[in-house]
Design a protein around this ligand. Structure first.
Ligand code: FAD
Length: 492
């Protein structure tokens, strides 16, 4: 089956799986009131790839069937541009609010399968073969994947990753002829109720002796023993006027328990192999996946800029202070756009003829966004002030006894009617103030590691050659320079 339709995606969610939300076990995700809004929107994303086929679909390199470009293994800069277009279509649908639409994992696995040489190291040849075969299946069946790469926190003083003896984190506890048995828990499976499969792969390196935790695999959500504990739902009733965002885009996040789960060997990509686990994510993963994450984030920033402008238009509120705040949002959006552009233009070829963007601008962006997004939200709150609450519901707007009064007393500046003003300010509150908005801010702070950790890591591994040279002009002075010679030996 090539690129799926929305209906095919929804049909796939019907198979029995163990999903809990609130105080109930969910039997039908697509029709459940807490999930139906997001299920419909994700179905719309699948339909969108057909409606926007020229931007989204490319032929499978082996079968010729049309697949989403997010599955593409980029073999040139042009392929990265093609993928960019498809990622942008997806991001625009939720204005970047859904971070883990299936394209996220499509890009991840395309990147993994692009580098079987990396995965086949340290005695992991069979795992690499399984991974390449799985990526073919993923793209041809157009599956929706969730993933858990983080080990649960028990005692931070013991470090961020499990050591031998930890009985909480997901680990291998047995093996049969055709499968391995895994037990334990992982966090945090965003999109879990809307996924066909659960993927597990490495994150932070594990210490010596932690081989049992060194796992990578993918299994259907229907696999017995896998329990999905969703956080409280922030999905509001589906009403485009009252809850334009939170009625549609709660992608969910879940804690996952593997209660002695059997993973078929052909789906195991790393089988308790510490050396492989600690190396496969080192070079290609970041530049590859961050093209998706940053196109999504940039879309959200640009939406925020547009929204803030519209809020001010409604009340003719563009005073210099407000304009400055608009400029702040614009600069974030523009920095993000430019960084993505730079990363694609400076893309380079990796072993095996695969192309990934330049990681440097993307790392800088990833380090900045956990601080920019909360500031953008703050600006929208500041610009919104009381207006976000003087915004009646659809029922009030349609009430014949109220409508003419609302039209009169909530009209905006110039020719802005009450209807537009109310919709804009309700949209603003749903973007920054609703329960889903609060979750979304948390997402931006943590979804690829915390901002603090990203800043430290990226700074540590960046090339300091030029920075050092600039400083050395003043510090690394030879005795004769100090007596009046050139203070800039390298410039000679
Ligand atoms: C909404 C949401 C969705 C998510 N979705 C997924 C998903 O789909 N799949 C998945 O696998 N994971 C997901 N995650 C998990 C995410 O990957 C982790 O939350 C992330 O790695 C951060 O975890 P941590 O507690 O280890 O953070 P840490 O980096 O330990 O940060 C915790 C706190 O400590 C601070 N801190 C950290 N290091 C330092 C330091 N050296 N000095 C000073 N302060 C420091 C940070 O600023 C932060 O305040 C999601 C998380 C959230 C919140």
């Amino acid at each position: 089956m090539p690129a799926r339709t929305g209906q095919q995606f929804l049909d796939g969610l019907k198979a029995s799986r163990e999903i809990y939300v609130g105080d109930e076990r969910v039997t039908d995700v697509a029709s459940h009131p807490e999930f139906s809004g997001a299920a419909e929107e994700l179905a719309a994303v699948f339909d969108l790839q057909h409606a926007e086929a020229a931007r989204c679909l490319v032929p499978d390199p082996e079968t010729g069937e049309l697949i989403n470009a997010s599955h593409l293994i980029p073999r040139s800069r042009e392929d990265l541009f093609k993928r960019h277009a498809a990622l942008e279509v997806c991001a625009e649908h939720s204005v970047g609010l859904m971070g883990r639409t299936p394209d996220y994992m499509n890009v991840t696995f395309a990147g993994f399968a692009a580098r079987p040489d990396e995965w086949a190291q340290k005695g992991n040849e069979a795992g690499a073969e399984n991974l390449v075969a799985f990526q073919k299946e993923l793209r041809r069946k157009d599956l929706s994947l969730t993933h858990t790469i983080i080990h649960p926190t028990v005692d931070k003083a013991q470090g961020d990753v499990p050591r031998a003896g930890n009985d909480v984190a997901l680990q291998k506890v047995g093996e049969t002829e055709h499968s391995i048995i895994v037990r334990g828990s992982r966090i945090l499976a965003t999109l879990a109720p809307f996924a066909d499969e659960m993927a597990v792969y490495p994150s932070y390196p594990l210490p010596e002796g932690a081989d049992a935790f060194a796992l990578a695999f993918s299994i259907p959500m229907t696999t017995p023993g896998m329990k999905i504990l969703c956080r409280d739902s922030y999905s509001a009733p589906k009403n485009a006027h009252d809850f334009p965002l939170s009625g549609r885009f709660d992608e969910q996040d879940a804690f996952v328990i593997f209660d002695d789960v059997e993973v078929p060997k052909e789906r195991v990509f790393i089988n308790a192999n510490l050396a492989a686990y600690n190396t496969v994510m080192r070079t290609s993963w970041s530049p590859n996946i961050m093209q998706q994450t940053m196109i999504r984030a940039q879309t959200k920033l640009e939406f925020a800029w547009g929204l803030a402008n519209r809020m001010l238009k409604c009340i003719n509120g563009k005073n210099p202070a407000a304009q400055e705040m608009l400029g702040e949002i614009w600069s974030f959006a523009e920095f993000a756009r430019s960084a993505i552009y730079a990363s694609e233009m400076q893309a380079k070829e990796y072993p095996g003829g695969v192309w990934f963007p330049d990681v440097r601008p993307l790392h800088a962006l990833r380090s900045s966004l956990p601080f920019w997004v909360p500031r953008v939200n703050e600006i929208i709150r500041l610009l919104g002030s009381h207006n976000v609450f003087a915004a009646p519901t659809e029922a009030q707007m349609r009430n014949p006894e109220l409508k003419h009064l609302i039209d009169r007393y909530l009209k905006g500046a110039g020719d802005v009617q009450a209807e537009e003003r109310v919709r804009v300010y309700r949209l603003a509150w749903d973007f920054v103030g609703s329960a889903l908005a609060s979750r979304n801010e948390q997402y931006e702070r943590f979804y690829l590691g915390s901002g603090a950790r990203n800043r430290q890591t990226h700074e540590m591994f960046s090339d300091p050659t030029r920075a050092n040279r600039l400083v050395d002009q003043f510090v690394n002075i030879q005795p004769q320079d100090a007596k009046g010679g050139s203070a800039c030996p390298q410039a000679a």
